[in-house]
Design a binder for this molecule. Structure first.
Ligand code: SF4
Ligand code: SF4
Length: 124
């Protein structure tokens, strides 16, 4: 997941809406280690229970349209060690390069909506 540096003006509302959006969460080996430590699980056990390999990549094993495995009561249960794919949302290069539909991002992410409004007000 390539990302743009997230601006300090963006505040995540921890609403969990992005965690319910269809897609996969990919992790790297370092993130895998940190999450398994956070959950106090051995790495083999964590791999068995929570991840699948997809070619060269590793991802959480939920289905494409399922909410994330770690979403509990609307909140991320591994928030302190959530992967970069999550911490960088919605400032993903793939969105930026495609000239992301900002309306879509604003509907999807309350934090982004507030960020856009603050930028708009400042530039008025
Ligand atoms: S790891 Fe946490 S922040 Fe990332 S999609 Fe899952 S529940 Fe959401
Ligand atoms: S949708 Fe936006 S505000 Fe809500 S948890 Fe995801 S990044 Fe944070």
């Amino acid at each position: 997941m390539k990302t743009k540096e997230k601006t300090s003006e963006f505040n995540c509302l921890e609403c969990g809406d992005c965690c319910r959006t269809p897609g996969y969460v990919y992790i790297n080996p370092d993130e895998l280690k940190k999450i398994s430590e956070f959950l106090k699980m051995s790495i083999p056990r964590f791999k068995k229970d929570y991840v699948v390999r997809e070619g060269e990549r590793i991802r959480f094993s939920e289905g494409y349209s399922d909410p994330c495995l770690f979403l509990e009561k609307g909140r991320c249960s591994i928030y302190p060690v959530r992967p970069k794919q999550c911490t960088s949302f919605p400032f993903w290069l793939e969105y930026i390069k495609k000239g992301a539909d900002r309306g879509y991002l604003k509907r999807l992410c309350g934090g982004y909506r507030m960020y856009e409004e603050s930028v708009f007000c400042r530039n008025k």
